[in-house]
Design a protein around this ligand. Structure first.
Ligand code: 5GP
Length: 116
């Protein structure tokens, strides 16, 4: 699916540290972590470049991304202290890989964010 670096990770053409997988979702460690724990969750089968390209038909898949992150956080012992999930959309958010993905950031208190 898709001709991005994440498509290559799904097809196991390039290595990644995979920490979560189910029928629809793959979770793997970010190559340039922004927190002690930084995992990316991506859909394996449906090509959605950005959140803005998602439609009502993608509602369940987007929900599954969130639940996969929450499940992984729970199983990794991160849920009690807490964590952040982020999805960047296009240029102003700094999106660099156009295969929709959810960031899970955890493992330490996280700084405030959102200011330009
Ligand atoms: P974005 O900025 O598009 O929301 O997030 C893309 C993320 O993918 C970045 O945090 C970046 O570090 C990560 N990334 C880019 N290329 C690779 C790669 O080849 N392997 C892994 N594991 N992460 C990558």
């Amino acid at each position: 699916m898709g001709d991005t670096i994440f498509g290559k990770i799904i097809r196991r053409e390039i290595p990644a540290t995979i920490v979560y997988e189910d029928e629809e979702i793959l979770g793997f460690r970010d190559i340039a972590p922004q927190a002690p724990v930084h995992v990316l969750f991506i859909p394996k089968h449906r090509p959605i470049p950005t959140l803005d390209d998602a439609t009502a038909a993608d509602a369940e898949l987007l929900g599954r991304l969130m639940l996969a992150a929450a499940r992984h956080a729970r199983e990794a012992g991160l849920a009690e202290d807490g964590y952040r999930v982020v999805m960047n959309c296009r240029e102003h958010a700094g999106q660099t890989v156009f295969h929709v993905h959810l960031h899970l950031l955890a493992g330490a208190p996280l700084g405030h964010f959102g200011t330009p």
